[in-house]
Design a protein around this ligand. Sequence first.
Ligand code: ADP
Length: 397
Amino acid sequence: MNVLVINCGSSSLKYQLINTDSEEVLAKGLCERIGIDGGMHTYQKGGSDKKKTDVEMPDHTKAVSLVLEALTDPDDGVIDSLSSIDAVGHRIVHGGEKFSASVLIDDEVLKAIEECNDLAPLHNPANLIGVNSCRELMPEVPMVAVFDTAFHQTMPQKAYLYGIPYKYYRKYKVRRYGFHGTSHEYVAKRTAEFLGKDIKDMKIIVCHLGNGASVSAVKEGICVDTSMGLTPLEGLIMGTRSGDLDPAILDYIADKENLTLKEILTILNKKSGVLGLSDGTSSDFRDLNEAAAAGNELAAGALETYAYRVAKYIGAYAAAMNGVDAITFTAGVGENNVAAREQICSYLTYLGTELDKEKNSVRGEETVISKDGSKVRLLVIPTDEEMSIARQTVALC
Ligand code: ADP
């Protein structure tokens, strides 16, 4: 089967066409600046070079039609006609409590997703625009919604409730949902497969460390806790997001700096994390590593604070599962940042694990990075959210 995977944002659309029999990525690309002047379409066929085209995209339907034209182009395309697209898998950020698994999209499902819009006002409406544009242009093709929140729906109440009046949960469903679920699920499964074990016999901690970052505790294949909350702001210190903090800080800073709650939330989302801690040096870990090596103490401090927070969550989740068999690193930082992994793992020897520094000097490869005989295994498993979405789409079509 050929599955088109769509990840639609408010002004961008990422896509991959995947042959799910061979698991080959036939083509992929990105439409940027949809609805804004200066639109650009980047298209890449198989292993060929990227092709960038300046093209205005007044709306998402135009972007999807450009994608379909590129995929069927006689010279650069990878399929003869649209009838070669057997299904479309859509990434949907928030499925609330309604969706604990991927689902075939129909009008009723669309309505239920729309009812979750309040919980992710920046993401869900954009995801839905992508679905509607695809339905308009490919009305006969089955479409599947794959939710970032679904994998975490197995969390017990003690993990998802906040210590606030219960009525806010009852009335508004204020609770922990968690995100990056597709990645956590994929990486936990691959961890077990890679170690030749049954996931049902394992306690795994997955550290998804990208620009956004989250940790999850996966016991016997089921997610029992995760660090992101009602929104992706909670938990780890991230590229630009603060992660956990004392909520009273909001009022305190608002008062001192004469800012509104919305302005403070923008600061917590966009100007905090390692960017904020390094006094604006960078949110990119490569820049921070360089700056720290060149003697920038705030950059070094930001990296240290970041690693310490990750290590604390790992400790918390080892407690939540009463043990841990494997700790796996994934996403941009987790897969590539050798120094960050070393810093995090320096806190974990009490668990009975020891990092093998030589094995740890890898980037973007599936591998074990703990010493032989380590009680708890440390691994790097590159995430592949698109492949996971494609597989889940096939399973429902
Ligand atoms: P997202 O998908 O959340 O935008 P990614 O998973 O792509 O983020 O991760 C992006 C981060 O990965 C960047 O901030 C960058 O610091 C880090 N990263 C990527 N490659 C490397 C590398 N070779 N060394 C260190 N950090 C890296």
